[in-house]
Design a protein around this ligand. Sequence first.
Ligand SMILES: CC(C)(COP(=O)(O)OP(=O)(O)OC[C@H]1O[C@@H](n2cnc3c(N)ncnc32)[C@H](O)[C@@H]1OP(=O)(O)O)[C@@H](O)C(=O)NCCC(=O)NCCS
Length: 163
Amino acid sequence: MSEIIIRSVIAKDIQHVAEIEAICFPETEAAPRKSFEDRIAAFPEYFLVAETEGRLIGFINGCVTNSSVVYDELFYSTEHHVPDGENLAIFGLDVIPAYRGQGIAARLMNQFIQLARNTGRKSVILTCKDRLVHYYESFGYVNNGVSESTHGGAQWFDMTLAL
Ligand SMILES: CC(C)(COP(=O)(O)OP(=O)(O)OC[C@H]1O[C@@H](n2cnc3c(N)ncnc32)[C@H](O)[C@@H]1OP(=O)(O)O)[C@@H](O)C(=O)NCCC(=O)NCCS
């Protein structure tokens, strides 16, 4: 198998990132290209991509907040980013179908958690669907129950990893 590299995002990744998001999430939940442009311009340090043979195959991205839970406005505006905030919030974790089940999302997640540690955050927070609660628990996240988020009209669970 070819080597898979995890690296920081760069501006020229935007198109591929937006394409991966559209493959991985339904239209109502997928972040639009404009959101990625804004996030990468505002806080590129909280955006990692997975690449193999010069092709992007996945990514993880987020921002910093003092909120203990991910709330919907975080997704829509970079103005909610608090650079010296306590918690690293994850917006999304995506791996294209052909590369799933090989631990690539886990590598992205573990590197993101390390980033949170290195920058002195108290916790990493995310929301996920019922079917992935178990997956995130395997990293040590605790399920805090149904989220107030109605992002994309779906039901989400609040997950917290204390550092
Ligand atoms: C979730 C996702 C990022 C996992 O990527 P991946 O590289 O295959 O993940 P890993 O190889 O690290 O781990 C695979 C594990 O993910 C879990 N998983 C992934 N998709 C799942 C699904 N649809 N239902 C249940 N479990 C799932 C499984 O527990 C699997 O565990 P296993 O090793 O026992 O098979 C990928 O399936 C994806 O992009 N899905 C669509 C977008 C999404 O839902 N993202 C997460 C919400 S933010």
